[in-house]
Design a protein around this ligand. Sequence first.
Ligand code: NAD
Ligand code: IPM
Ligand code: MN
Length: 355
Amino acid sequence: PAVHRIAVIPGDGIGREVVPEGLRSVRRAAEIFGIELESEQFDFASVDYWQQHGTMLPDDWFEVLRGFDAIFFGAVGWPAVVPDHVSLWGSLIQFRRRFDQYVNLRPVRLLPGVPAPLADRAPGDIDFVVVRENTEGEYSSIGGRIFDGTDRETVVQETVMTRTGVDRIVDFAFQLAQRRGGHLTSATKSNGISITMPYWDERVAALAENYPDITVDKFHIDILAAHFVLHPDWFDVVVASNLFGDILSDLGPACTGTIGVAPSGNINPTGEFPSLFEPVHGSAPDIAGRGIANPIGQIWAGSLMLDHLGHPEAAAAIVAAVERVLDRGDLRTPDLGGTASCEELGTAIAEAIAK
Ligand code: NAD
Ligand code: IPM
Ligand code: MN
């Protein structure tokens, strides 16, 4: 079997604490399932690197990283030192755009043994995937500011939607709905955002013609956010623009107890470039350095990575280990109401992985 080459980028804050736990489970699963992995760790895409070099990435980052089969990423950002738009646009956003990782896959599941803030919901009741557009939309670099420092100061930032960009993410979501429960929900705001969002609706409706077997509905983002809280059991696949998907993919996991368990697969479906796997959460400066971060988002991201590399059984074994350990109920990090450390939970999950 081919050796998979993984670029490991811990980044900042709790990224450095959860990445080793993610790797522990990935390596254990690889050992059990006979998968050959080689990894190389990089210190760029971090605020430390920025302090030393004045940039987030080396000049040759694109050539260096494109030689890998996948990127295993922690989190970037330390706003006390570098403004977030500088650190994020200088690293993660570049990876997503230059490697054309246009699908951001963000599964949301209520896991066993996790105290959920929503009453009367059991594991199985909440199980959906947010499919987030990841290269265009509201995250654009088109715009600017004029009349700086005057009372006419004006800032403009455009939302960009291309036919190719919208169609490819919506089509991906339809295909995922076909493999799952046959139900697609589109996040829109075509009542207030009068050009791009009606266009989004138009493309969803056009592509729906190709998928007569899929039930399609759409909600404006405001009420959709409310439905996530009140009726999380309604959803199967939710497709959203870049910003709406960002918001929904923190809200969804929060409804299942904590954002600390949520994974994110930034996928380049053509395989031309490496895909990137990370937790949904950020560097969490408020808890960084204390060893109490929940490692499950990073571990689950490792499962998504193995799945993407063609090892669905190893991927499933990692998720099963997460579920088994959580179900035991004695090992929980503080975000889940417990006192376990990141390393304790991570080690227990890795040890629970089995064929
Ligand atoms: P955050 O996700 O880092 O933290 C939000 C809250 O959730 C905090 O209270 C934090 O302690 C908690 N939390 C997050 N992950 C947790 C975990 N694994 N276990 C337990 N608790 C957890 O979001 P933020 O505070 O808005 O951002 C902090 C920094 O991270 C900023 O620089 C931001 O830009 C960056 N960020 C990076 C990414 C990324 O690299 N993909 C994602 C989001 C935010
Ligand atoms: C995420 C993050 C990033 C995003 C930030 C850090 C730029 O919130 O991955 O969800 O908005 O995409
Ligand atoms: Mn986010």
